[in-house]
Design a protein around this ligand. Structure first.
Ligand SMILES: [Zn+2]
Length: 170
């Protein structure tokens, strides 16, 4: 899926977190959604030609050299590792700082944002390794190709859901 589809997935993930947690402060809401959108784009750092790969070329060079596209970085295990890293790191990096609460909210968006990426890539014909390391078989539930009309349809559905559920474009 391309970065527009993933960003919409990230926005949806962020709004789901906001409604589940009842966060009402606009700054806190923005932090959650920002984290979710960045999380939704982050996993394609394993692909140099991706949107995030162009924004962070050195990181993409390293990540794509170490891991195949849609390999380890596109697994629930990797997301779990990032969640553990952020959960352990944020209190150390931001401890005592007024930014601590916002950093925690950012993480609360970032992790579901990454999960939205895996879900959307599962609609793509290439699929992802949901069961890694038990199985290296990639699973997909729809045969949509990146950039195809099918992907446009996914974008339209996501936009309609966001519009209907959260009225976010107005
Ligand atoms: Zn991907």
């Amino acid at each position: 899926m391309n970065y527009i589809t993933h960003s919409l997935g990230g926005v949806a993930a962020g709004f789901a977190v906001i409604s589940a947690t009842g966060i009402s402060d606009p700054v806190q809401q923005t932090t959650v959604v920002t984290g979710a959108v960045l999380g939704s784009l982050f996993l394609d750092i394993d692909h140099r030609q991706s949107w995030i790969g162009h924004k962070a070329p050195i990181a993409a060079e390293v990540a794509s050299g170490l891991f195949k596209h849609r390999g380890f970085l596109h697994t629930p295990v990797f997301i779990l590792l990032i969640w553990i890293l952020l959960s352990a790191g944020i209190p150390i990096w931001f401890g005592g700082s007024p930014q601590l609460h916002l950093a925690i909210l950012f993480k609360q968006g970032f992790v579901p944002g990454m999960l939205s990426h895996l879900i959307l890539d599962t609609l793509n014909i290439q699929g992802i390794m949901w069961l890694w390391p038990i199985s290296k078989k990639r699973q997909h539930i729809l045969p949509i190709r990146t950039g195809s009309l099918g992907e446009v349809a996914v974008c339209a559905v996501l936009s309609a859901v966001l519009l209907g559920q959260y009225n976010i474009f107005f």
